[in-house]
Design a protein around this ligand. Structure first.
Ligand code: GLC
Length: 646
């Protein structure tokens, strides 16, 4: 909703007492505030005369969808709207997990909520829980349904109970909406394969190779090793179908307004289960156009915005997360720019920061991190980044070549170095990871592995090297200290809180063997989690420190995402320094050292800060109070400080 419409909506009398609000009136008010943009976008996307009637269909669909929204959630929508940007609150800390690999199923997860709460996490991203093909299914991202819970995970009632329990504990829920594709077993795909023309138009299907070949001239490959090409021949249908990801994931054709409307219904059904944040999976790919790479196209933004605006009318409390792992300058566009301002996603993955942190781990320097962060357009006021270190996917090295050259390195050599560093090609590197989608011809590739293994814990344990183990633990804590203080929502990856290592079992499983991302999708090790109470154990050391950082973050309001972090460039290439303030005279200075040696900073940086008075400061993490006595401030290897004034 644009600002003016939002304010007039907030001024509405009915909102003062949501319990007594005339829901219908509020729905109409929201519809009236958004309808002109909805109409504009609809006809931009679907200008053909024959689609005129489809707009009427959409207008009839919206009230139907609203009528299905449970009363409890309608009230929640109202309080969320009045509350403003709740997702910017520093008390929000997330964790991402595979339900089946965490603790068997939905009820198993429910049983583990106390452990998650003990860590301080109050937002859980449950990766896909709906039905999927038995064999390969891309970890559930090939969906057989958007609404039917996979029996292996439990029942719909189990999911609803879990969500209710989480809400009663003030925890938030995030679920995926796999918006770009379905599996080849999805009912629409099955009907299409059986010859149904209507459903063939739900996908990009072609009689012969003419158009697929034309597309291939400019379409890159997402999984060049395991799923080369972007089209798959379906014997039953005797047609080619577009499959940009795996050959069993059929791309939905949003050029067909029916697809948009059916997907909107699916989205609202998902939202109506009580989800707080919906993760829009692979949304950069939503529109395909010949002669382009078919990513980040203006029409893709229009489709997303149309979803957003319709939700604004039907379920305005829902927050959208953009999973756009694309070039940094393109990611920020998913927050909404121009006419889409405030009308796309509130959240986006900070894939740039994530990849740059790994770059700094390997180079032990922060040069490239600064160069990029300083040049990337800021997120809008009402948006927030989702900051993370690891997730279930690979680490791409998609930062801008320009900045690599600017600091005097060769871009392609540098990428080779990073791959070598993380995949055991350098004798001195402590990292143990694997390459993902490596192309020997170009030398391009991505990286997989768990945070702990990439940071040297596995190597330390293997070689019984206590120093490496200590350093790895310090690095795990430092990286979490960064994502917990940088702003936005920190999203931990389940298992990282206990230093989980790579899981090689995927190599023995036919359905997983070709996808090295499974290296970092382990079954949660509950024996290690039990060891968080065993003083001195690795899980104890990691868990305690991460938990401490989480608790601290929640306490300090300056860490809420109301102001962008201020980067400071100290004259030391190994150090990252940034400040979080409330815009007045309260603040926290974060300092960390990516090097394996002690490093020193000019203390002038610290004394110049308005809120550190008389050179007296305290480190919030250790609780140590100190006064700067020399012109230098020193940092031990992989040390992180959160400095506040005394
Ligand atoms: C997203 C998911 C990834 C999946 C892809 C295709 O990027 O994070 O795991 O392979 O979408 O659905």
């Amino acid at each position: 909703m644009n600002q003016a419409a939002f304010h007039s909506f907030l001024a509405c009398e009915d909102l003062k007492d949501p319990e007594k609000a005339d829901q219908q009136k509020l729905f109409e008010l929201r519809l009236n505030s958004n309808i002109s943009l909805i109409q504009h976008l609809f006809f931009e996307l679907y200008p053909q005369v024959e689609h005129k009637k489809d707009f009427g269909k959409l207008l009839r669909l919206l009230p139907n969808l609203f009528n299905k929204r449970p009363e409890r959630l309608r009230l929640l929508d109202l309080s969320r709207m009045a509350e403003g940007n709740w997702y910017q609150d520093q008390r929000l800390v997330g964790m991402q997990l595979y339900v089946d690999r965490y603790n068997k199923d939905l009820n198993g997860l429910k049983a583990k909520l106390p452990y998650i709460e003990d860590l301080g996490v109050n937002l859980i991203h449950l990766m896909p829980v709906t039905t999927r093909p038995q064999g390969q299914n891309d970890g559930g991202y090939a969906v057989n349904s958007y609404t039917k819970v996979d029996p292996r995970y439990g029942t719909r009632a189990d999911l609803l109970r879990l969500i209710k329990t989480m809400h009663s504990k003030q925890m938030y829920v995030m679920l995926d909406f796999v918006v770009n594709h379905t599996s080849d077993e999805f009912p629409w795909a099955k009907k299409a394969a059986a010859g149904n023309k209507k459903y063939q138009k739900y996908y990009y299907t072609y009689q012969d190779r003419t158009i697929p070949d034309a597309f291939e001239k400019s379409l890159p490959e997402v999984f060049p090793e395991s799923a080369p090409g972007n089209f798959t021949y379906n014997e039953q249908m005797q047609k080619w179908v577009m499959t940009v990801f795996n050959n069993y994931q059929w791309d939905l054709n949003y050029r067909n307004p029916e697809v948009f409307m059916e997907m909107l219904s699916n989205l609202v059904t998902l939202a109506n289960m009580g989800v707080d944040i919906v993760r829009f999976d692979a949304l950069a790919f939503l529109w395909k156009k010949l002669g382009t790479i078919s990513q980040n196209l203006p029409e893709a933004h229009m489709v997303i915005s149309l979803f957003r605006l319709c939700l604004q009318v039907v379920a305005p409390g829902i927050v959208l997360l953009a999973e756009a792992i694309v070039a940094p300058t393109n990611i920020v566009k998913y927050f909404g720019q121009g006419i889409f301002k405030g009308n796309e996603c509130e959240l986006a993955y900070n894939a740039t920061l994530m990849a740059l942190l790994w770059n700094s781990v390997a180079t032990k320097k922060t040069l490239l991190l600064y160069r990029n962060l300083k040049n990337i357009p800021s997120r809008p006021q009402e948006g927030a980044w989702l900051n993370y270190i690891r997730c279930h996917d690979d680490i791409g090295l998609g930062f801008d070549d320009r900045y690599i050259y600017e600091i005097g390195w060769d871009a392609s050599e540098h990428r080779k170095f990073l791959l070598n560093y993380f995949t055991q090609k350098l004798e001195w590197s402590p990292a143990i990871g694997q390459a993902f989608m490596y192309n020997p011809r170009t030398g391009d590739g991505r990286i997989t592995g768990s945070a702990a293994s990439l940071l040297g814990l596995e190597m330390g344990l293997k070689t019984k090297n206590a120093k490496l183990i200590d350093q790895a633990i310090d690095k795990i804590v430092m990286l979490h200290g960064i994502i917990l203080s940088y702003g936005g929502i920190p999203m931990l990856y389940a298992g990282d809180e206990i230093g989980t290592l790579n899981d090689y079992s995927y190599l023995n499983e036919e359905d997983k063997r070709d996808d090295s991302r499974w290296l970092n999708r382990p079954v949660h090790d509950w024996a290690s989690s039990a060891a968080v109470h065993q003083e001195g154990s690795i899980p104890y050391r990691v868990f305690r420190q991460v938990r401490h950082l989480i608790a601290l973050r929640k306490e300090y309001q300056v860490l809420a995402d109301h102001h962008l972090p201020l980067l400071h460039e100290p004259n030391n290439n190994h150090v990252l320094a940034f400040e979080r303030t409330d815009g007045n005279n309260k603040g926290i200075l974060v300092l960390c050292n990516f090097d394996e040696h002690d490093q020193a900073l000019d203390a002038g940086l610290i004394t110049s800060l308005g809120y550190i008075k008389n050179a007296r400061y305290s480190d919030l993490i250790t609780g140590e109070k100190r006064k700067l006595t020399s012109g230098l401030f020193s940092l031990k290897p992989y040390e992180i400080f959160w400095l506040d004034s005394l």
